[in-house]
Design a protein around this ligand. Sequence first.
Ligand code: FDA
Length: 370
Amino acid sequence: EKKYDYLIVGAGLFGSVFAHEMTKHNKKCLVIDKREHLGGNVYCEQKEGINVHKYGAHIFHTNDKRIWDYVNQFATFNNYINSPLSLSKGKLYNLPFNMNTFYQLWGTKTPREAKEIIDGQIKEYGVKSPKNLEEQALSLIGKDIYETFIKEYTEKQWGTKATDLPAFIIKRLPVRYTYNNNYFNDIYQGIPIGGYNTIINGLLEGIETKTNIDFFEDRVALESLADKVVYTGKIDEFFDYKYGQLEYRSLRFEHELHDVENYQGNAVVNYNDSEYKFTRIIEHKHFEFGKQDKTIITREYPESWDRGKEAYYPINNDRNQDVFKKYKEESKKSKHVIFGGRLAEYRYYDMHQIIASSLTKVEEILKIEV
Ligand code: FDA
């Protein structure tokens, strides 16, 4: 008889939701994380009374009422609506691309005028079968929007020239012919009052957790504690990189405390131009309509990745997908291990998708057991 039903490796959203649901079903869970805190990438650090999104700006949004109700068990959400700005060639523009953006760019006032310009530029610069990201963007949206908002930003993000990036990175470039600056189209959106830690604490209440524990430092002993392991770390690391290393893009965050109440007047300002090495500045207090005397801003610098850095964005090219497939096949053989979350699935997931996939996994397991 093992001490726990589940050893859960990783206290991010996937692991925390899994632990919460299984505990409700009288399973005994131990959650470990190698970081010094719980919450994974949604973790916020409190400074000067401000919740600092330590691993990048997190805005919750979903169309799924079930997921919205689920998170609302643990926190009340405010009515924050994400409406980023973009500083491009010295001027501020509204995002996402909408009638405000077009007015600022061309002075067009009606949808018909704006559409005429965009369609005209697509005709002029677009190509039938785009061979790279630049050609793809020009074919989807034309020259002005591409050059003002996409080219330099994307080159910073990937550290590669737009003409050397694959076309598939950009599948669609939605434009909106209304004066609507709401970045997301989802029905539900907001920031949890009290920050994301409130949700994590709610999920993990009454559950045994241990931080500063790396699964790989004591793998055999840790595995022997539980009947099953839920693994939410990097899948290649689990198999000791035997098929090679999966590649990521990383980010570096530069946090700064300013002795002013309001630094940029908005939570998110993108910096398109290449003269800035960062891609955006986040002013955290605006996520929660904060009234503190001081403010904390974060500059976000895209970076190349190596094993010593945080893995943020999977690089979904053919090589990595092939390598991932091998690990995925291998993972099916480890019957006592459940793989889940963004690192084990080598995929970018939003928070609502991670919660949904964790709930689905729990349901699948409980169905088999009864
Ligand atoms: P997560 O990475 O959170 O958790 C995995 C945990 O496992 C980590 O805590 C890690 O330390 C731990 N771990 C790994 N290996 C281990 C080991 N060997 N031993 C012990 N512990 C180990 N989504 C959204 O909906 N809205 C948004 O605005 C954003 N914004 C955003 C910005 C940026 C920059 C990124 C990169 C991502 C977002 N997201 C987002 C996505 C969101 O961050 C994501 O969906 C969840 O945090 C994923 O939760 P997981 O539990 O899968 O991973």
